[in-house]
Write a protein that binds this ligand. Structure first.
Ligand code: FE2
Ligand code: FE2
Ligand code: FE2
Length: 164
């Protein structure tokens, strides 16, 4: 790997992390009644995402959609079959309860993503015709209609995020 490729990968990881960290900081600022700070964090989060996307394109990671779907299928499978089970085992051994819940939610939902991506091409027209809904707590992802309550974490229908 060239020095530049290595640098881009490192910068990409840092920008992704900063973007999500700023979103979490924005939520916290809103809770504290500081909407100005919240807005600045959200603006910076969006900008860091722009940087991350740009680095990713420069790395050549974005291919044709059929290849990207294959990459998504194998990434999701790796996460729910290997990465998360091993991490959950560690969390159980270390009695890290919050970590365990967070990792278990993610593992369950990566399984759903794996299924969705596996059918993505055959279901292209159905996917194009209806929105998706995402649970803001566990990430449960579903097409057409949010359930009354999230089947994984129990969150109410009206808190689901619509993806058009
Ligand atoms: Fe940045
Ligand atoms: Fe996923
Ligand atoms: Fe949920």
């Amino acid at each position: 790997m060239s020095k530049t490729e290595e640098n881009l990968k490192q910068a990409y990881a840092g920008e992704c992390q900063a973007s999500v960290r700023y979103l979490a900081f924005a939520e916290k600022a809103d809770e504290e009644g500081l909407p100005g700070a919240a807005r600045l964090f959200r603006a910076a989060a969006r900008a860091e995402m722009v940087h991350a996307l740009s680095h990713l394109r420069a790395l050549g990671t974005v291919r044709e959609t059929s290849e990207n779907i294959e990459a998504a299928i194998s990434g999701e499978a790796l996460e729910f079959k290997e990465m998360y089970p091993a991490m959950i085992k560690d969390a159980v051994e270390e009695n890290a309860i919050d970590a365990r819940h967070s990792l278990e939610y993610a593992m369950s939902i990566e399984m759903i993503h794996h299924k969705l991506f596996s059918k993505a091409l055959e279901e292209e027209s159905a996917n194009a015709a209806a929105p998706y809904y995402v649970c803001p707590v566990c990430g449960y992802t579903v097409r057409e209609k949010a359930p009354k309550k999230c089947p994984y974490c129990g969150v109410d229908q009206n808190r689901f995020v619509e993806i058009r």
